[in-house]
Design a protein around this ligand. Sequence first.
Ligand SMILES: Cc1cc2nc3c(=O)[nH]c(=O)nc-3n(C[C@H](O)[C@H](O)[C@H](O)COP(=O)(O)O)c2cc1C
Length: 370
Amino acid sequence: MSALFSPIKLRGLALPNRIMVAPMCQYSAENGEANDWHFVHIGNLALSGAAMFCIEATAVEAIGRITPGCLGLWNDATEAALKPIMASVRKRARIAVAMQLAHAGRKASSHRPWEGGQLIPTSEGGWQPEGPSAVPHKEGEAAPLALDTLGLARVAEAFVAAAKRADRLGIDALELHCAHGYLLHQFLSPISNKRTDQYGGSLQNRMRFPLEVFDAIRAVFPDHKPVGIKVSATDWVEGGWDLRQAIEFAQELKKRGVDWIDASSGGVSPLQKIPLGPGYQVPFAKAIKEATGVATMAVGLITEARHAEDIIASGKADMVALARAMLYDPRWGWHAAAELGGEVEAPPQYWRSQPSTQKALFGATTFGTR
Ligand SMILES: Cc1cc2nc3c(=O)[nH]c(=O)nc-3n(C[C@H](O)[C@H](O)[C@H](O)COP(=O)(O)O)c2cc1C
């Protein structure tokens, strides 16, 4: 019996295996609206064999986009653009669909990565980013505006409105983006948060806004649908956010009913030093799970089926999330199932692809020809 291909329940959502397609920005939307690229990308990975697909970081307001191409869900047009894509996934695939709700904070108004990724000044069509404090991400860059009380209320309300729209679209689960140096992580980290009000200083104060946003979306998203969170477990910078604080944050989230913690790292400072290697973030998922008992997802350089199997079987995490390996091999789940003796859902149009040596891959399929 494969542990990776064993079922799991997140609140009311039953998943047949432990694999999630990690959220991946496509930088291909226009005015935040999804288009034909998202049909191709989401439709393709909906057939990956993963139990859940997480839609990319989806900005809850226009100024919260990382780049002008980032997906959004802040008005009727952005909601309408996702509707036919969701309908197509529902018709053609049996995969749960999560959405990552996000705000880029001080990292907003950037060029797409393949255009260099640097900040776009307002004089060149960029916009004024906002963050917890007027501290730029990189030395020499223009500083963001520090959010005031009204601004904080506006951002929290934008998360709530997006959560309601996501529910209306039939999204099964939300993942709150609290990682990679974006707005909510900027509040957590002492590197980006220099506030002197109740949202800065002590750990309790730095956690306050992310927890308020979590509570606010949890309150409007239906009870039976799970809400998870992606955290950076460390900034990889001396004196920054670290695993000890991430565990305290996880304890607070547990009290509030968080359904999973997706343990990533880094992103808040260009001074970070990341010891990259296979499964380099797995120890964070393990430590958070052990300390809090909250379900965790391991993410980061998990590419091999047997590695993923070992992570689940040894109890280091409850699920794995894969990003780049899924782009490289959009049938990663099928191939992992073949290797580990699991079963995946496949559309009947593709049933004949099953190698003769692996007839059980798609379960009891019948395909008559004359
Ligand atoms: C093209 C691309 C886009 C990404 N966009 C997001 C995103 O929208 N939200 C997020 O939390 N992480 C994002 N990431 C990070 C991944 O979700 C993941 O945490 C990271 O790539 C490590 O996993 P991997 O080694 O399986 O790729 C992105 C990664 C890639 C490659």
